[in-house]
Ligand binder design. Sequence first.
Ligand SMILES: Nc1ncnc2c1ncn2[C@@H]1O[C@H](COP(=O)(O)OP(=O)(O)OP(=O)(O)O)[C@@H](O)[C@H]1O
Length: 536
Amino acid sequence: MPYRPILGRFLQKPEDAGRVRVAVRVRPRNDEDLYYDSELIDCLELQPELRRLKLRKNNWSSESYIFDDVFTESASQKRVYEAVAKPVVETVLSGYNGTVMAYGQTGTGKTYTIGSLGNDNSSERGIMVRALEDVLAEISPGLDNLSISYLQLYLEAIHDLLAPDKNNIALTKDSKSGEVCLPGATVVEISDIDQFLQVLQTGEKNRHASNTKMNARSSRSHAILVVHIQRSSKGKDENEFLSVNINNSEEFPHLSAFFKSKLLIIDLAGSERIDESGVDGQMLEEAKFINLSLNSLGKCINALAENSTHIPTRDSKLTRLLSDSFGGTARTSLIITVSPSARHYSQTSSTIMFGQRAMKVVNAVKLKEDYDSESKYRKLECQIDSLTSELEKQQKDKLHLERRLYEREMTLAEAENKLFEAEKKLAVAEEKPAATSEGQVEGSTYQVTVAFNEMEVTDLMRKLEEKRSRHAKMEQQLTEFLQNGTWKFAEATSMINLLIKLENHQAAAVASPRTQAMVIWFALIPIALLSLYFLW
Ligand SMILES: Nc1ncnc2c1ncn2[C@@H]1O[C@H](COP(=O)(O)OP(=O)(O)OP(=O)(O)O)[C@@H](O)[C@H]1O
């Protein structure tokens, strides 16, 4: 894939092209942090200009980590969106699949970063809303198409947030593209941002959330927004689209392609330590499922980071759903959210390690391209045109061969007739042997006649042989035609029939009484000549 600066920072370094990008965001301190941490030292030291984060275990030991971006407590939603999600949105608009996902401990700001609607203050809008704003600003109404599905993965079942009675949506794989699909999910076409906000709000109401010790409104499910974009290249600057599938454009330069791409925006449920979140009953059950699926995601990321041959994608629905995002063909950006509080050191540390390993995952980013039905129709028309002209050419060849075959058969019959006549003359000459001197004169006349006829017979036999060898050549030519791969099946069948006809003719010719007589006469000629010689 050629490097194209138009796609922004994601493709700035060709060697970095498919790597999962990871940013870290620290949540502002809340009242609890301020209360508990008053006597504790900070466990995080951020150096955003160096994209570096220091995790301090105690006064003596600390570890430094480099990320693609480091956001402090004061980073705005706009800045986070522009650095983390906008490049993915741009590439999705260019025809790639993309994923933006938030991962982190419960209560660290994933939903705030990803799903904030900013109802009271638009500057609070999160990645989902900002991404849709950008997509809507970019696509052409009438030519392009934008639709969404909104789902949640709750207790290992996929629920439709836009149709709550659909609570076990199947997760399948497209046999052609290998892409993960959710065929039963509700798909809503989006035409403006207010409509999208309404749809998102409806979905939010249906999402499972509970009050825990760690978060007053803790998400108990992973939320998945699927944004489907279909863009036509019609009427657009060629350079705006990557020049893909050059083979096709060369073969069918007039075809207009369209691009179908998918953007996944995922707000994962937070990992939680049961003792810290203090949950029980149904919430405990939820926490177990959340931790289990996050655990399998961690295992997949580890396996991918280590270039392992086995990636345990099938261990959970979450990993199956994300198979294109990690180790697949999508462009993926991950934001990990952490708490500034030293009380959460171990959770912060494990989140950071998750982020570091995710940075090692490199996807084979691939452009999604398809043709609309009109283009497909024209492509088929082109194929039909070329098949028709091929067929016409073969029809001509076939007619030509048939004519030549007919001519050969005629000359063969003619030669056979002449031979027959000559043999008749020879027979007449042989019936008149010379006994007297008068008879001897007569005999010598006959002898000359016989010799003449004999020469004629020999000449005719030679000609007949020539015709036969030409016949055999034609037969061979036919066989070669049939072996030639360019012959289409119908034509091959008709040529086979022709060959059978030819063979039948030959067989009939061999078996015909005239041929048999000819053979007998050929055998008799030397005997007759010998008898004449002795008589003379
Ligand atoms: N960067 C931030 N700026 C302002 N407030 C924030 C920020 N990050 C988080 N918060 C606030 O912290 C609280 C918890 O955030 P949020 O619900 O987004 O966490 P979460 O990681 O999604 O938690 P869970 O995993 O339990 O769902 C919310 O009240 C949210 O408004």
